[in-house]
Design a protein around this ligand. Structure first.
Ligand SMILES: Nc1ncnc2c1ncn2[C@@H]1O[C@H](COP(=O)(O)OP(=O)(O)OP(=O)(O)O)[C@@H](O)[C@H]1O
Ligand SMILES: [Mg+2]
Length: 307
């Protein structure tokens, strides 16, 4: 059964798509895992990084996007899932030239409108105050439908907090929250942490030990200045932090660019290789044991929350 990772932060430009793609490359190439990246964002950045602009347009024209998947499967849960997924995505190979198993459920410019339409659809038929919960629940069930076909499902969330982002956070075994070491980014972490732990305020959050949280915060764009270090330490007082901190690197910025010719992972990431390796080491343990530990952990948290 796949391990589900949501890469989320309501703040834009903190590296959600970058981290999603880096993890997808590392876990498929070094971990040898079957990885599906689900692009939840209407900006479709992860899709364009993995397919290029034309590749993404071809997928869209072929109705291979998350919007098509939701619209078709919302009422008819038995629809064949494979047809929405682009196989063999990405422009990266292992050092020996082997292509990883890396598939993509491409993003859609229409995902925000589709959420509105499906909301109205549900409202017309059901209505009632549970409507919003029902809608997110339904999106979550649909996202979990890939769990038998992959080892890891990485969900690159949009900035902000749409229904689908709520759903991704709800169904994730782990939520990774990239942030920049500045005050605006730090404030955004509080909100996402409450949602991930399903508590209403920071007092309730503080009752959950850091080691038992379902989310973890990942410092990105770190330049190693003293003030940044203090900010990261401050985040670590309230929230769990990853051991890895991603530096601001040209190699990571350049990896955003898709190339029509497949390259080795070393050629793609250049001076970002060290960060990529550390990121992989941070999360590979969760995945290599089949995600059992993370799922058990998520299950414990669900039990604790419903008690
Ligand atoms: N560690 C890094 N070093 C250099 N550039 C980076 C790094 N992380 C991200 N970037 C660059 O910062 C920009 C924003 O990153 P990215 O698009 O991944 O953020 P995001 O959180 O997904 O944004 P959005 O909220 O708009 O979806 C991109 O141009 C990306 O290449
Ligand atoms: Mg993004």
């Amino acid at each position: 059964m796949a391990l589900y990772l949501a890469i989320a932060n309501r703040k834009g430009g903190v590296g959600k798509s970058t981290v999603s793609v880096m993890l997808a490359h590392a876990l498929s190439i070094w971990g040898g895992k079957r990885v599906l990246l689900v692009d939840i964002d209407s900006q479709c950045n992860a899709s364009i990084i993995l397919l290029g602009g034309q590749g993404w347009r071809d997928a869209r024209d072929g109705r291979q996007t998350i919007s098509d998947f939701f619209v078709d499967c919302f009422q008819t849960p038995h629809t064949f899932l494979d047809k929405y997924v682009v196989k063999g995505a990405g422009d990266v190979t292992a050092t020996n030239g082997r292509k990883p198993t890396l598939d993509l459920l491409p993003g859609s410019l229409m995902i925000d409108e589709v959420q509105g339409d499906l909301f109205l659809d549900l409202a017309n038929r059901a209505g009632g105050e549970k409507l919003v919960i029902d809608l997110s629940h339904r999106f979550g069930m649909l996202l979990r439908r890939f769990e038998n076909a992959y080892d890891v499902v990485i969900m690159d969330c949009a900035p902000g907090l749409s229904f689908v982002t709520h759903a991704a956070i709800a169904v994730a075994d782990r939520v990774i929250v990239p942030f920049r070491p500045d005050y605006v980014s730090m404030m955004a972490i509080d909100r996402i942490s409450l949602i991930a732990e399903r508590v209403t305020n920071l007092d309730e959050l503080s009752a959950v030990p850091l080691s038992r949280r379902r989310y973890v915060c990942l410092p990105n764009f770190v330049r190693g200045r003293g003030a940044e270090r203090l900010l990261v330490e401050e985040v670590g007082l309230t929230h769990p932090l990853t051991g890895v901190q991603l530096a601001h690197r040209d190699g990571i910025a350049n990896a955003f660019e898709w190339s029509p010719n497949a390259r080795t992972i070393e050629a793609k990431y250049g001076d970002g290789m060290h960060d990529l390796r550390r990121l992989y080491e941070e999360f590979s343990g969760l995945v290599l044991n089949g995600g059992a530990h993370a799922r058990e952990y998520a299950h414990d948290r669900q039990q604790a929350l419903s008690a």
